[in-house]
Design a protein around this ligand. Structure first.
Ligand code: GAL
Length: 413
């Protein structure tokens, strides 16, 4: 046998061996997300473990900072021809242009094989990433923003009862301040301040007014008396958070965990931080959905999207991962760690703590609202967040803020 043929056969054998080696380790997929806090990292490791257990490899593409930092990076990579294999984005319209541009994998066959239309609850989570009847995401959790988290230590140290609703929180804030404790922890970022604004408006303006503004985009209601009362409450809350000089949401959560602040208004992903700190709901902290006044939840949260790829093995692995992320076992392990609610109603969440059980009960009772990510375009959302950053960090009057907000609602798309 000629040396040329030998080397050719050896080369083929090596290639085959390499291919086999790759196949033995499965397929490597790079997955991007912005889950970098302690609780978030604990949760995403549940996905990585499940994927690795299938013989594949999870290349973790964590992006530090909030979604506002990560989303432009993720979207520009996909548009720029350097896509990851899978990425987290929020439910809603963040991937709309990518879907329309044909850059994301059609998962309809996986959805039909998995019966997603029957198991995803609420089904609106699929609507947000469905175009012309084709499904382009796998929803993986429900996060809601309308929660206040209260430190038992902060109130006990001040000789105060732990508030059971927003009104009690405001009423006792003076005594808490007198005891040297910051009443409201707040990261100095517009999306966090917008979460506080949204929760306070639901609690103070009421559900009907909130729906008129957020769903019907009714600027007259945004200028009306219910929102005047809400903006006055938000201006008061601004003073309760004035000394909160932290940036990231989990730094503010840590102030509640350590008792250096009485409370934080934040989404239920804060749960993951209390869990990592080994704090127990009902003993170390309390959680009040709807700020204890209007117990509803918005259906925010996360879905995974899969940029199209011309390698059939990668595409097959992407679909395998999509099915895995919504499987019952993975839904339980991930959501218990994340502090979010599962997207399927047919699994056992009996080990969920009191906060999650409150959320599951509200979800079961149908007390759900669309999240801002679903109600507004990214452009409108960013404009509202800019207004919030201006208002919370400065001295803009409630009246001026209300008019600016009403104009954004008037122009919302
Ligand atoms: C949200 C996301 C959550 C949470 C939060 C803070 O957009 O849905 O999963 O992690 O950001 O990073």
């Amino acid at each position: 046998m000629s040396n040329i043929l030998k080397s050719a056969l050896l080369g083929t054998a090596l290639t085959a061996a390499t291919a086999t080696a790759v196949m033995a380790e499965g397929v490597e997929l790079e997955i991007t997300h912005w889950w970098t806090s302690g609780g978030e990292a604990a949760a995403v490791s549940k996905f990585a473990e499940a994927w690795t257990a299938t013989g594949n490899t999870w290349i973790d593409g964590a992006i530090a900072g909030s979604g506002g930092t990560a989303r432009p990076i993720i979207i520009s990579r996909i548009l720029g021809g350097d896509p990851m294999a899978a990425t987290q984005l929020n439910h809603g319209r963040q991937a709309q242009e990518l879907i329309e541009a044909g850059l994301l994998l059609d998962l309809t066959d996986v959805a039909e094989a998995g019966g997603w239309a029957d198991i995803v609850n609420p089904s609106s989570l699929l609507d947000a990433c469905t175009l012309d009847g084709r499904i382009y995401c796998v929803p993986i959790n429900i996060h809601s923003s309308q929660w206040i988290w209260l430190s038992h230590a902060a109130y006990e140290n001040a000789g105060l009862d732990v508030p059971t609703d927003w009104n009690e929180f405001v009423a006792s804030s003076g005594d808490l301040q007198a005891a040297g404790t910051l009443p409201l922890a707040m990261g100095q970022q517009g999306w966090q301040q917008n979460i506080a604004f949204g929760a306070i408006t639901i609690a103070v303006a009421g559900l009907d007014a909130w729906k008129a503004v957020n769903i019907d985009k009714d600027a007259d209601v945004a200028r009306g008396p219910e929102y005047t009362a809400a903006w006055e409450a938000v201006a008061n809350a601004r003073e309760l958070a004035r000394e909160s000089n932290v940036q990231d949401w989990n730094q503010a959560t840590n102030m509640v965990i350590t008792g250096t602040a009485g409370a934080q208004i934040m989404g239920d992903w804060a749960q993951g931080e209390f869990a990592v700190a080994e704090q127990v709901e009902g003993e170390d902290y309390s959680c009040l959905p709807g700020l204890g006044l209007n117990p509803v939840l918005d259906t925010g949260g996360d879905a995974f999207y899969f940029p199209v790829n011309d390698d059939a093995d990668i595409t097959a692995a992407q679909k395998e991962l999509a099915a895995l992320l919504i499987s019952p076992e993975t839904q339980v392990s991930f959501n218990l760690a994340k502090g979010s609610l599962p997207v399927r109603g047919d699994i056992d969440m009996s080990t969920a703590n009191g906060c999650m059980q409150k959320g599951l009960d509200i979800l079961a009772d149908g007390g759900v609202l669309p999240s801002g990510d679903i109600a507004f375009s990214q452009d409108t959302t960013l404009q509202i967040e800019d207004l919030m950053a201006q208002f919370w960090s400065g001295d803009m009057s409630a009246a001026d803020a209300q008019e600016s907000y009403a104009q954004l609602i008037e122009d919302a798309d």
